[in-house]
Design a protein around this ligand. Structure first.
Ligand code: PMP
Length: 376
């Protein structure tokens, strides 16, 4: 059987990882500033993570959601504490799309409405509802339910107010920083406006934190910069540091009822152990502060490059705009300097490293970036 080809791939076979470094099958060392698309939050093979997963695997990996799983309660407690949203409720699932799918459904169960506001260039996943509010017609199949999705221009308060006028909005879904859309930071006043309008119209504010959450920006949720509380936070990627786990954190105003949400694998013992290990490490190693500090340093240094058109981001979620003629930079960084970065649009270099990136590795990247730009 052949693989169903869906991803463009680089001819590199990564077989090992330690912290911010990965190694291919020939022993070549790479600096990983992409983390498999913001998935690696605490670094590859972090000792605490490996031990917690290994210990759990020796105990039990999976049973079912029909029994009590104390690890789920521990995870909810820890997530409440680290995120500062202790009165929220946790629903565990397996991916970012599934988290958003459930968030959108829950919002609709809650207020009985159907319409969802999303934004230009948004990415929320590839399942039916998640893809319907994703601004990429190429990945929307005829079967997907798009008729209730309303796409608004990014950060346009007037358009937002107008969309609320008919009072049919169930929810607004917004990334605190658009990732796939090219690292666009949501303005604080705009997030506050969404909060006000959702309150006035009994609509649900869904903060997609799948890529920008989990401490990456220096705050647990990047929406926290606006000083507001969302009704539902969706998360995945960095939550499991590579183990597939997703979740929504739900405000106490939304009451659960039996049979409303569910999934076979969600909250299994191994997933909980992985997610707990990540949170414990974020806390013990002070990783949010490190992300803020090293991120701020990188952003300020990157702004000094003449050839860079714009630098955007917060903490360790950074987008570097380059002129169209420099679209080779990403490939040169990988093949000449052995540094993995990510792409958003062809001329945007995306940095999504592990939150424990050191300043020394940031400097190594800056030097390679300088050489690459000089030779371009
Ligand atoms: N939301 C955002 C903001 C994302 O960046 C992604 C993945 N790129 C998703 C949702 C979907 O996550 P997953 O691939 O785990 O379904």
């Amino acid at each position: 059987m052949n693989l169903f080809d869906v991803y463009p791939i680089n001819p590199i076979n990564i077989v090992k990882g330690i912290g911010s470094l990965v190694y291919d099958d020939k022993g070549t060392e790479y600096l990983d500033l992409y983390g498999g698309h913001a998935v690696i939050s605490i670094g590859h093979t972090h000792p605490h993570y490996v031990k917690r997963l290994e210990d759990q695997l020796h105990q039990i990996g999976f049973y079912s959601n029909s029994i009590e799983i104390p690890l789920q309660k521990q995870l909810a407690e820890k997530l409440g504490q680290v995120s500062g949203k202790e009165d929220y409720q946790l629903f565990l699932c397996n991916s970012g799309a599934e988290a958003n799918e459930n968030a959108l459904k829950l919002a609709s169960f809650y207020n009985g409405k159907k319409k969802v506001i999303a934004f230009k260039n948004a990415f929320h996943g590839r399942t039916s509802l998640a893809v319907a509010v994703t601004d990429n017609p190429k990945i929307v199949a005829p079967v997907n339910e798009t008729e209730n999705a309303i796409f608004l221009p990014w950060a346009d308060e007037a358009a937002l107010e107008q969309a609320f006028a008919d009072n049919e909005i169930s929810s607004v879904i917004i990334e605190g920083i658009q990732g796939v859309g090219g690292i666009q930071v949501a303005p604080i006043l705009f997030l506050q406006k969404i909060r006000t309008l959702c309150d006035e119209h009994n609509a649900v504010f869904i903060a997609d934190s799948v890529q920008c959450g989990y401490g990456r920006t220096g705050k647990f949720y990047s929406h926290d910069f606006a000083g507001i509380d969302a009704d539902i936070y969706s998360m995945a990627k960095g939550m499991g540091n590579g183990f597939p786990v997703g979740a929504i954190s739900i405000s106490p105003k939304i009451k659960p009822w039996y049979g409303e949400l569910g999934t076979t694998f969600g909250g299994n013992h191994l997933a909980c152990a992985a997610a707990l290990a990540v949170l414990e490490t974020i806390e013990q190693d002070n990783l949010m502060a490190n992300a803020a500090e090293v991120g701020e340093y990188l952003i300020s240094e990157l702004k000094k490059f003449d050839k860079v058109t714009e630098v955007r981001g917060r903490g360790l979620m950074i987008g570097i705009d380059l002129p169209a003629e420099l679209s080779n930079v990403k490939k040169d960084l990988l093949f000449k300097h052995q540094i993995f970065t990510g792409e958003a649009k062809p001329n945007v270099v995306r940095l999504l490293p592990a939150l424990n990136l050191t300043k020394a590795y940031a400097d190594k990247f800056l030097q390679a970036f300088d050489t690459t730009l000089k030779n371009s």
